[in-house]
Ligand binder design. Structure first.
Ligand code: NAD
Length: 247
C-alpha cells in the first residue's frame, strides 16, 4: 500500500514534534518542517527513520512554497498538511506595536494561508486533509492576547473558508484548538497567575500534554475522520465549555 505523507510545520518541538511522532507510529511518512534548523536537527534524531527534515519559514511565501516543492520532490505526495507553526506574544493593546502585531500575524495567520495555498495542488491529487492549529485563545477572549487571540480566531474562520471551498476536491479542512500545554511557547508567556487561573478554570484542573493534542490532530487527518470537515475541535480539558475568566 502507498504510504501516506504528513507535512507538519513547527515540528522541531512541542505539539508539532509529538504530532510527527504519532504520525510515524501510525505508519505515515513525515515531512517535518521548522524555521529553527538546530532544533529541527535534534528533532530528527528523536524522530528517526520515516521523517525528513525541511528548514523553512512559513511566513515567507517563497520559503514555504519552496518547502512544499522540496517535500513533493522527496515524497511525491502530500496527504495531510498540519499547520502547527506558531508564535505567542502577550501584551496590553496599547503596548502591542505594529511590529509585534505583524510578527504574530505573519506566522500564525499568513503562514497558514500561504502553506495551505501552496499545498492545494498536491492535496487535490490525494484528496488530502488540512489541519490548522488555532487555540482556545481564538475561541475566548482574555486580556493580553490581542494579537495572539485575534490571529487564532482568524485561523478558525480560515479553516471554515477552506472547508467550504475545497470540499469539491475531496479536501477536508479542520481546526484543533489546544488548551494550555507546557511547551516553550506557552511557558514563555504564562505567568504564575495565568498558570494558577488555568488550573482552577479548566474542568479537568490541569494542563494538557503534547500527546493529547497530537491524538486529535492525527485522528482528524486520518481516514477515520473521512466525513469530518469544517470542524473546530477544542482539546482543552473542558475550558471552552465554561465561562470562567483568566487574568
Ligand atoms: P513551540 O514553541 O514549542 O513550537 C512551535 C514551533 O514552531 C517551534 O519549533 C518554532 O521554531 C516553529 N515556528 C515558529 N514560527 C515559525 C515559522 N514562521 N516558520 C516555521 N516554523 C516556525 O510551541 P507549541 O506550544 O508546540 O505550539 C504549537 C502550536 O500550538 C502553535 O500554533 C501554538 O499557537 C498552538 N497552541 C499552543 C498552546 C500551548 O499552550 N502550548 C495552546 C494553544 C495553541
Amino acid at each position: 500500500m502507498t504510504q501516506r505523507v504528513a507535512l507538519v510545520t513547527g515540528a522541531a518541538r512541542g505539539i508539532g514534534l509529538a504530532t510527527a511522532q504519532l504520525f510515524l507510529e501510525e505508519g505515515w511518512l513525515v515531512a517535518a518542517l521548522d524555521r529553527d534548523a538546530d532544533e529541527l536537527t535534534k528533532a530528527g534524531q528523536t524522530l528517526g527513520q520515516g521523517a525528513s527534515l525541511f528548514t523553512a519559514d512559513v511566513s515567507d511565501p517563497h520559503s514555504g512554497a519552496g518547502a512544499i516543492a522540496d517535500v513533493l520532490a522527496k515524497f511525491g505526495r502530500i496527504d495531510a498538511l498540519v499547520n502547527n507553526a506558531g508564535v505567542a506574544d502577550f501584551g496590553p493593546i496599547e503596548e502591542t506595536d505594529f511590529a509585534r502585531w505583524r510578527a504574530v500575524m505573519a506566522t500564525n495567520l499568513d503562514g497558514v494561508f500561504l502553506m495551505s495555498q501552496a499545498a492545494i495542488p498536491a492535496l487535490k491529487e490525494t484528496r488530502g486533509a488540512i489541519l490548522n492549529i488555532a487555540s482556545i485563545s481564538g475561541l475566548r477572549a482574555s486580556t493580553l492576547r490581542v494579537a495572539y487571540g485575534t490571529s487564532k480566531a482568524a485561523v478558525i474562520q480560515l479553516t471554515k473558508q477552506q472547508a467550504a471551498e475545497l470540499g469539491e476536491y475531496g479536501i477536508r479542512a479542520n481546526c484543533v484548538c489546544p488548551g494550555p500545554v507546557r511547551t516553550k511557547l506557552a511557558m514563555a508567556v504564562h505567568t504564575q497567575d495565568i498558570i494558577d487561573a488555568y488550573h482552577d478554570a479548566i474542568p479537568l484542573n490541569r494542563y494538557g500534554t503534547e500527546r493529547e493534542i497530537a491524538e486529535v490532530i492525527v485522528f482528524l487527518c486520518s481516514e477515520r475522520a473521512s466525513y469530518v470537515t469544517g470542524q473546530i475541535v477544542a482539546s482543552d480539558g473542558g475550558f471552552d465549555s465554561t465561562g470562567v475568566g483568566l487574568p
